[in-house]
Design a protein around this ligand. Structure first.
Ligand SMILES: [Zn+2]
Length: 495
């Protein structure tokens, strides 16, 4: 009876104790989370980062009840916080994972493409969640399941063990079964790793699931047979949702294993996807374009003393994950990262509004050549957005840039780029300030472009690279040096 009472006390009061501590712990310092159970060293929480390759938010039933069957992810959402508008930094795996792990946008961490001779690896001097937690005494381990999350991209740095999929890839950009690992095998490896963790040390485990990205690996036969919610042949979308559901089952098995070790209650669990697939929206099945179905990702965070049952409607970015995890682990975020901790929003407070950046450098990625035959306009796309508006800026075809009023048009059907010049110019000015441009080809076989630098508003004069407009002072933006572009681009009267 006594035991039961003390457990009740922990259940009801532990969250408040932790919140009180978090408030007073805005200065970096040792974690003060109230916690019990095995794992960690009595003060610092474990961290489980689960990333899903190519899973769009609406494939989870907690985002779209019609969209999928994901009971384990739904349970995490109700135990913690579900972010309704979480934006990733790219619609390809390596740069997007690099942002999740570093808290930096692609132009800040430097990993921009899948296959080239440069810009295809996370530089050694960029801190990651693994190097930061490792330096503070966390055991660090990773199990990843596809070549794009492998050592080839520098992701192993900071991890004591890094169990990835070796690949002969990938100049050609094609891969097969040997380049990816099915979710049940990933879970088995992660469970074995969990068993081996020292009881008296906090741990960071990154587990990456691959299955939904392509159709190469089919879910286990018995899983498919048992799905009563689908029958017969699957269309592409049905098959995709089946695979997400299979990942969810395997994530449930991983979480059960974590509970069996006694560490679950003291673990911050983050579930996020690195990007989504088109599935026919905007006439596109795959990835590498930056509409919401591809850069709007699921993001769930739960943990000891963290708010439960919350939905955050405000814009967050995947670069916010690192500082959020560090905040709840009692650590300060490194200087110079773009990400901002989301703890205030999770705790129901107002926070500064955010701007999200994403990019597609398709033409300088050998892996992107196939898609450009169908969508040549997507050679370069730079996205900048806030909660209401979103610009897709195309420096080689500036007049084909797109502006969407997400608030009124969440499916991005009505392009306002030429009509709403004020908003377009504002976002272009933000791009000018941010300077995300990749102007030199990362490899000699790529053709160089004849770039020009122009005022985001006036667009007539040409200026020196990375300079400011001499008339209005705005940072100039990159655009192709081309007569036609400037003509098409003249802002309308009165806008
Ligand atoms: Zn100007």
């Amino acid at each position: 009876m006594k035991l039961r009472q003390s457990r009740l006390f922990l259940l009801f009061f532990a969250p408040f104790l932790v919140l009180a501590c978090s408030d007073s712990a805005t200065e970096p310092g040792p974690a003060k989370s109230a916690r019990g159970g095995a794992g960690g060293d009595g003060a610092r929480p474990d961290v489980l980062l689960v990333s899903l390759e190519g899973v769009r938010a609406d494939a989870l039933s907690c985002y779209d009840p019609e969209g999928g069957v994901t009971p384990n992810m739904d349970a995490l959402a109700s135990e913690g916080t579900r972010f309704e508008l979480a934006i990733t930094s790219a619609a390809i795996g390596p740069p997007a994972h690099a942002s999740i792990l570093t808290g930096r946008f692609n132009h800040q961490h430097g990993l921009r493409v899948i296959a080239a001779e440069a810009a295809n690896r996370l530089p050694d001097d960029v801190p990651t969640l693994a190097t930061l937690l490792g330096a503070q005494g966390w055991a660090t381990h990773a199990v990843t399941s596809g070549f794009t999350a492998s050592k080839a991209y520098g992701f192993e740095r900071g991890f004591e063990t890094f169990d990835d999929v070796e690949s002969k890839l990938n100049i050609a950009g094609q891969w097969g079964k040997e380049d990816q690992r099915r979710a049940d095998e990933t879970t088995d490896l992660a469970l074995a790793r969990l068993e081996s963790l020292p009881a008296d040390q906090p741990a960071f485990l990154w587990v990456h699931y691959w299955d939904a990205f392509d159709r190469v690996l089919a879910p286990a036969r018995e899983f498919v047979r048992d799905r009563t919610w689908t029958t017969g042949q699957f269309d592409a979308e049905g098959y995709y949702r089946l695979e997400v559901s299979y990942i969810d089952q395997e994530l449930g098995r991983l979480l059960d294993g974590l509970k069996a070790t006694g560490r679950y209650d003291n673990t911050i669990v983050v579930v996020v996807s690195n990007f989504g697939l088109g599935l026919g929206n905007h006439d596109w099945e795959g990835h590498r374009v930056l509409y919401q179905e591809e850069i709007g990702v699921p993001l769930l965070i739960r943990g000891p003393g963290l708010p439960a049952g919350r939905k955050v409607a405000e814009l967050v970015r995947t670069v916010d994950i690192v500082p959020t995890v560090l905040h709840y682990a009692g650590l300060s975020a490194p200087e110079g990262i773009a990400g901002l901790s989301a703890h205030a929003m999770m705790e129901g407070q107002r926070d500064r509004t955010r701007i999200a950046f994403a990019e597609a450098i398709n033409v300088w990625d050998r892996n992107g050549r196939g898609m450009l035959r169908k969508r040549p306009q997507d050679e370069f796309v730079y996205c900048v957005m806030n909660e209401d508006w979103k610009l897709l800026y195309r420096p080689t075809l500036p007049y084909e840039s797109e502006l969407y009023h997400l608030d009124e048009d969440p499916r991005e059907k009505f392009d306002n780029f030429l009509r709403t010049s004020v908003q377009s110019v504002q976002f272009m000015e933000l791009l000018g300030d941010e300077q995300p441009w990749l102007v030199d080809p990362p490899g000699d076989e790529f053709r160089a472009y004849d770039w020009a630098w122009k005022c985001p508003d006036d667009r007539r004069e040409e200026y020196a690279p990375h300079s400011k407009c001499l008339k209005c002072g705005a940072a100039t933006v990159l655009m192709l040096h081309e007569e036609g572009a400037a003509v098409m681009y003249t802002p309308e009267e009165g806008q």
